[in-house]
Design a protein around this ligand. Structure first.
Ligand SMILES: [Zn+2]
Length: 373
């Protein structure tokens, strides 16, 4: 109780933010995790098992902030300065697409067969739950696949970003000519209805992983050279454990003052009864989101649908918390997206690969446009 009171006092004096104090863990806190379900929630200390009973089984989004308290303080501070930060980002994005002729041959090179093959590879793991014994195997499979795709262009680097658990995030980088970076992201962990349950995670989110992997493949094969920022492909782990991988990475980028111009996250791309691409407008940069909406009709055969997904719905929230312009692109509205996620039923047979291919076209279009940022 002493430390909590002291923390409250310090925060009050410095005036950093007005959230409730972060609670201290009760007895035997060694394996407890501090998780929260809204911006104003101070969080509760729970076991890994309770993540399933309290949140995952009830479809409640949550963030595990145990390892990244700095990011949490930053998010709170940013919330108090929202008008300033929004204004500074407002003019940073073009009004529409300008590089279609350059993107066209790259988009023509996209392979729907690759999307399917790699989704099968990921879904074949019994689970990709980040705490499971399969997690390191899935990490090795994905790292090797990213390396093999990237080797067409020797200037591309691929690295593992290690976390406190045995499933690194994986980052591939096509070097540009400036110190800035643009990021496309997806998470490669999965989760079932319990920690030991089957979790193919075909739509959630193998379908997003293969989109950025195939985009990397065609850019690597063409030896694509960005005119401006470097292009990074982030394959996050631990998303289903409370955005763990993306929070670590974005906390690191913020700490090192990496100049992140945009983060476009895709989580679920293969199930779309309305045959749309959904772009979400909460916990994101609205200027970036507006720009992305102009790219959908330019680079795909689909219409844009706008929706909101709430607090902590996927990894874009970590970039937003770190103060970077971020956006979230998904297969359909919240209500009409895949009903099979977080279960053994999230199988490859439910994935519409023609729709996944549309997300890949969008992604290549975005990366070519962003390479001039
Ligand atoms: Zn997901």
């Amino acid at each position: 109780m002493v430390s909590t009171t002291l923390l409250t006092l310090l925060l009050g004096v410095t005036g950093v933010f007005a959230l409730p104090p972060i609670p201290s863990p009760s007895s035997s806190a060694k394996d407890l995790r501090l998780c929260k379900t809204s911006p104003t929630d101070p969080g509760i200390w729970i076991t890994e098992e309770e993540k399933f009973t309290r949140f995952i089984s009830k479809k409640i989004n949550f963030v595990d902030i145990t390892d990244t308290p700095n990011l949490e303080a930053l998010a709170a501070e940013k919330a108090t300065n929202l008008q300033v930060s929004t204004a500074s980002i407002e003019s940073a994005f073009p009004s529409g697409p300008a590089h279609q002729s350059q993107a066209a041959p790259l988009i023509s090179a996209l392979s729907q067969a690759n999307l399917q093959t790699w989704t099968n590879g990921l879904a074949n793991f019994y689970t990709r739950y980040y705490k499971s014994s399969y997690a390191p195997q899935a990490a090795t499979w994905l790292y090797d696949t990213v390396v093999s795709v990237a080797k067409a262009n020797p200037t591309i680097t691929v690295r593992k970003f290690n976390h406190s658990y045995s499933m690194p995030s994986i980052i591939a980088k096509i070097p540009g000519t400036t110190n800035s970076v643009v990021v496309v992201s997806a998470h490669y962990d999965s989760v079932g209805s319990t920690a030991s349950g089957r979790a193919p995670g075909a739509d959630d989110d193998a379908s997003g992983v293969v989109v950025i992997l195939e985009a990397l493949r065609v850019l690597a094969a063409a030896k694509f050279k960005p005119s401006g920022p470097s292009l990074e492909f982030h394959f996050y782990s631990g998303e289903e454990g409370g955005l763990l991988g993306s929070r670590d990475v974005m906390n690191d980028y913020r700490t090192r003052n990496v100049d992140v111009l945009a983060v476009v996250n895709q989580d679920m791309t293969g199930y779309s009864p309305n045959n749309v691409i959904a772009i979400f407008d909460d916990y994101v940069s609205l200027p970036l989101t507006s720009f992305l909406k102009t790219l959908v009709p330019a680079y795909t055969q689909l219409k844009v649908l706008t929706d909101r997904c709430g607090y902590a719905c996927s990894d874009h929230a970590s970039a937003t918390a770190a103060g970077f312009p971020a956006a979230y692109v998904c297969e359909d509205s919240m209500n009409d997206s895949s009903p099979y996620i977080h279960s053994a039923q999230d199988a490859v047979s439910t994935v519409n690969f023609a729709h996944v291919l549309q997300h890949a076209k969008f992604t290549v279009g975005f990366l070519v446009e962003a390479s001039y940022f």
